[in-house]
Structures are given as C-alpha cells and as structure tokens.
Design a protein around this ligand. Structure first.
Ligand code: UDP
Ligand code: MN
Length: 270
C-alpha cells in the first residue's frame, strides 16, 4: 500500500482526538492506510480504540535532539520566549512533542503520506492529495490576509525518505536554533518553496468567528481545531465554537454525524 494518512499521538488526550479523526477518515471512504505514530508512554487502553477503528499503530520515539535544544523548546520557556497572544494551548500540549511529526519521513514503505494533526476531522474524501507534490500545505489563515504568508503544519503532503529525515535533523538541532512555533516554523524554513493548498484542506476553527465570510460547509474538507480543543471542558471560546464542538463530538462518539453539505454556515458567510 503506497499511501497513508499519518497522525501523531504522545498522550491520552491526543489519542482521544485521533479517535474522531480516524473515524472521520474511515467515513470518507479512503483506500489508504491510516497510521497512528505514538510514543511508548501512551497507555494501551488509549490506543486500543484506534486499532479497533482500523488504524495501524506504529511506535516512534521523540527525536534524539540535544539537551540544549530540549531546554529551549520546553513548554514554560517557549511560552515565555514566544507568547501565544491569539489563543490558548491546552495544558496537555507539550511543544517538544510536536517535532516527532518528522518521524513520518522514516515511513519509507509509503510513496506519499498526508499528515493530519490529531485535533482535526476529515469531512469528505481527500485521497487526491496523494498525487500532490512534497511539500504541500495550506496557509495558516485564521485572522487576516497577512496569514497567507505562513503555512499551517496541521495538514501536509510529504514523501518519506531517510535522506530527507537525516537532512531535517541536521538543520533542526543546530546550536541556538529556536523554532518558535516548533515543527511549523521548521517545516516552512526547510521547504521555503512549499506548495499552497486551498484553505479548505485545513480550515482552522477560528475562521468561524474571525472570518465567517470565508466559511462554506460545501467546500470544507478538513476542519482543524487549532488552539483550544473540542474535548476540553468549557474552554474560553467554547460558546463561540459550539456548532463545531458538537460536530467533533458526533465524530468522536460515532453518533448523530450530520450531512456536512446541509450544515448552516456562520452568520456573515457569503
Ligand atoms: N501532539 C501530541 N502531543 C503533544 C503535542 C502535540 O501528540 O503534547 C501532536 C498531535 O497530533 C497534535 C499535533 O501534534 O494535534 C500538533 O499540536 P496541536 O494540534 O495541539 O497544535 P495546534 O494545532 O493547536 O497548533
Ligand atoms: Mn492541531
């Protein structure tokens, strides 16, 4: 099987996220493998539902980065040196863990992979992404036009290759390197000529209230819950995001999943 969707799970919270994602991928009717890269510390009870949904579990360790690198990217330090001013990261989010995404370049059984964050849902079939080139990603749009300069690393197309992986590690852990938005900042630097995907392949939840005119349920293929997670209890933006949170829970439980084309767009959509 030359194609796979890949996600990453380093703790039980993201395993919960992956459960909704894997179910959504299955429902999209994909013919590709679904791989969950997980670290050794994730409880087997948290992983079992993913296997039951048909995912292939692949254990992968965090990257062998230096102690100094790990120190610079440690949660409290990163939050102090590069504060998040637009939204909140949940307490179970460890920035250093993000870099383990790069392990997917070692999955060389696959000719192409589409990486998707564990906090996303695939709402319609996106298998055509496997014929897109490395490196393809959607822009990090959730506030303004200026967002189009940057990519969001929650969804991307890649070609596994050991040489690429080795080159990445060499560039990643250079003396004093500080990647303020972790893998996202790194991938943009490693692939300066990245190919842009339409925003609908990685629709960020804040678009719902910041740029409602961009929303169209008939076009959204991947919905990505960046910042606060839909399974967090009563987070500060929960009321504003209620319809999106309800949708996530439907996929998580596998009950009451609506026809996406018939959902109501936010007030202000055109
Ligand atoms: N992740 C993880 N454990 C962590 C942090 C991140 O497994 O402690 C994985 C998970 O797949 C997650 C992705 O890395 O979806 C990126 O983190 P997140 O989605 O929280 O970042 P955001 O989309 O809010 O920028
Ligand atoms: Mn995410």
């Amino acid at each position: 099987m030359p194609h796979a969707y890949v996600t990453l799970v380093t703790n039980a919270d993201y395993a919960m996220g992956a459960q909704a994602l894997v179910r959504s991928l299955k429902l999209s009717g994909t013919g590709a493998d679904i791989v969950v890269l997980h670290t050794g510390g994730v409880a087997s009870g948290a992983l079992r539902p993913l296997a039951a949904l048909g995912a292939r579990l692949v254990e992968a360790e965090l990257l062998p980065t230096s102690a100094a690198f790990n120190e610079r990217h440690q949660r409290a330090k990163l939050h102090a040196d590069a504060p998040f001013t637009k939204g909140n990261k949940p307490s179970f989010h460890t920035p250093l863990d993000n870099f383990a995404k790069l392990r997917l370049w070692q999955l060389t059984d696959y000719e192409r992979v589409v990486f998707i964050d564990a906090d996303a849902l695939v709402l319609r079939n996106i298998d055509r992404l496997f014929s897109y080139p490395e490196f393809s990603a959607a822009p990090n749009v959730y506030e303004s036009l200026a967002d189009f300069h940057r990519l969001n690393s929650g969804v991307f197309v890649a070609r596994p290759c050991e040489k690429t992986y080795d080159d990445m590690l060499a560039m990643l852990d250079r003396p004093d390197a500080f990647w303020r938005r972790t893998d996202q900042t790194f991938l943009q630097a490693f692939f300066p000529d990245w190919h842009g995907l339409p925003v609908f392949f990685n629709m960020l939840q804040y678009v719902w209230f910041n740029m409602p005119e961009l929303w169209d349920w008939k076009s959204v293929s991947v919905l990505h819950y960046q910042y606060e997670k839909p399974w967090e209890r009563d987070h500060p933006k929960a009321e504003k995001l209620r319809p999106l949170i309800d949708l996530w829970h439907a996929y998580h439980w596998g009950e009451g999943i609506p026809d996406i084309d018939r959902l109501e767009n936010p007030a202000g959509a055109t």
